[in-house]
Design a protein around this ligand. Structure first.
Ligand code: ZN
Ligand code: CU
Length: 528
């Protein structure tokens, strides 16, 4: 930020010295500027030059190559989504599901899953030229799998050293931090000290620790305690990923969770979180099975599921886990994408059970889960949260907005979670305009400067001179998500223009095909 501010001053001095302001490439005229800091909206013009914001104010007579009248529309910094799974951006560089909801910068490598060779991954995205800016975390599960496969044990000292070396290299290559997915194999087999050791390597390079915690419901507080402990012991800033309460028996526990975050912050720890604006989550079906049953890869899993005695034990544990969480069955779980039989996509496990066995009772649902697991473990949508927790978490000033989605492309066959198309628009439409949970300025701050500062993405997240010209222009009275659980492949409404580094990627509601995104590699020299 300091450098950017200095650059802006120097540019202004240079212009003053020659006595003539060079023309702007583009002026956005007459919009309501919501600058990302939380400050009240104000009517102002925005001048853009060389991919950066050159001026914000009254630019009525300033010469410009192009002027676009945006009177009545909100002009905000492009949205920054720090929790994505867009690790395959090089193969889908237009990322329209992100750009069309106003997202101009994404952070991949979340939930413990990333490229291990970050240098190669970033190079691939640079070569593909993406529409959005891209940064990545390095994931614990990926690093652990590279060194130990899916072994369910602590690492040996040489294995730990190799994992540390991989994290060190990833940070040197430009990763912005270290992520865990402690409900997934093999990360779930790691004890806390291993995570501390690896997070410390990231922290020493200026990176943060982002965690999909070990538990998000029955033992939510314990999981937060572990996450905060890792932050303190490693010295890493902490990001709690997709904060939620996912057990019916614990609905309301968001109050206790947020209190723990407040207390840690009051004690001087920099901990923040993110969330998506829905009462359903999404992940693989495997997460419903006891983690010991998932060790060793697909063949070993199949062996266990095909052994009647072992399956009986697994089923018993699954049932106990369900009851512990306050659920009677798995009817809240629906199939998002199942390659082996796409006709099941969109059906709840009760409906799948009905179709497969003629019964929808809990036992039949568990048998259906076994069949799906053997058929290749579909991705699922889980309706397991309560609206009051979603809203309480949203009101917290250190929780940013993030979709937890990969790059999605329209398809008739799959039923992914609608968050990948609608998340930001849903916050602005449903939670700002309709339910008035937070103000417009606060919502924009949660999508811009709040995550940019925590992830240290310099020159992003504020609409101010010197910043990159990542800009979203939307109609606050009309913006809304159109994607639903039944029909998720739908772009939001009321977001006519989106610019990345000064170039339109969406114009008049349509993608332009431009791909001006930058790779944001953390530089070890710039930070710390
Ligand atoms: Zn996750
Ligand atoms: Cu995730």
């Amino acid at each position: 930020m300091k450098l950017a501010a200095l650059a802006a001053i120097l540019a202004a001095m240079a212009a003053a010295g020659t006595g003539a302001q060079p023309p702007f490439d583009l002026v956005l005229r007459g919009g309501r500027v919501v600058d990302g800091t939380g400050a009240p909206a104000r009517v102002a013009d925005v001048g853009i030059r060389d991919g950066r914001i050159a001026a914000v104010g009254r630019l009525a007579r300033a010469p410009a190559t192009e002027t676009v009248d945006v009177t009545g529309l909100v002009v905000a910094p492009g949205f920054i989504d720090v929790h994505t799974h867009a690790d395959d951006l090089a193969r889908h560089p237009e990322a329209a599901n992100f750009t069309r909801m106003g997202v101009t910068t994404i952070v991949a490598g979340n939930c413990g899953s990333s490229a291990v060779d970050v240098s190669a991954a970033l190079e691939e995205i640079r070569a593909a030229r993406a529409a959005v800016n891209y940064a990545t975390l390095v994931g614990h599960n990926s690093v652990r799998a590279a060194v130990m496969g899916s072994a369910r044990r602590d690492p040996t000292l040489p294995e730990l050293a190799r994992m540390k070396a991989l994290v060190f290299k990833a940070m040197a290559d430009g990763a912005v931090g270290f992520s865990t997915g402690l409900q997934y194999v093999p990360g779930t087999y790691a004890a806390t000290p291993e995570i501390v050791e690896l997070a410390r390597v990231a922290a020493n390079a200026g990176g943060l620790y982002a965690s999909h915690m070990r538990n998000e419901g029955t033992a939510l507080e314990q999981a937060i305690r572990e996450t905060l402990f890792v932050g303190r012991q490693s010295g890493a800033r902490v990001q709690i990923s997709h904060l939620k309460v996912d057990a019916k028996g614990r609905w309301g526990a968001s109050a206790a969770a947020l209190k723990m975050i407040d207390e840690a912050r009051a004690a001087g720890q920099d901990v923040r979180a993110d969330q998506y604006a829905y009462t359903a989550g999404s992940s693989g079906l495997g997460i419903r099975f006891p983690s010991w049953a998932l060790e060793g890869g697909r063949d070993r899993i199949a062996e266990r599921l095909n052994d009647a005695a072992v399956w009986a034990r697994i089923k018993k544990e699954m049932l106990a886990l369900l009851q512990e969480r306050g659920f009677e069955d798995l009817s809240w779980a629906t199939v998002a994408s199942y390659r082996a039989d796409p006709s099941l996509n969109g059906l709840s496990l009760a409906e799948v059970a009905q179709k497969l066995s003629g019964s929808r009772d809990t036992g039949a649902q568990l048998e259906a889960a076994r069949t799906l697991m053997l058929g290749g473990a579909p991705s699922m949508v889980y309706h397991f949260m309560d609206e009051s927790d979603v809203e309480r978490i949203m009101r917290h000033p250190f929780v940013s907005v993030a979709a937890d989605s990969g790059v999605l492309e329209p398809s008739d066959a799959t039923r992914p979670h609608p968050r990948g198309y609608g998340n930001t628009a849903r916050v602005l439409g449903r939670y700002v305009r309709e339910r008035r949970v937070i103000s417009l300025e606060e919502a924009v701050r949660k999508m811009t400067s709040l995550p940019a500062d925590h992830f240290r993405l310099p020159g992003r997240g504020r609409l101010a001179p010197g910043s990159a010209a990542d800009i979203v222009i939307f109609d606050a009275a009309r913006v809304r998500d159109a994607a639903t659980f039944d029909a998720p492949h739908a772009y939001p409404e009321g977001i006519p223009h989106v610019l990345v580094n000064g170039a339109f990627v969406v114009r008049d509601g349509k993608p332009t095909g431009e791909r001006p995104g930058a790779v944001l590699a953390r530089s070890m020299l710039n930070q710390r």
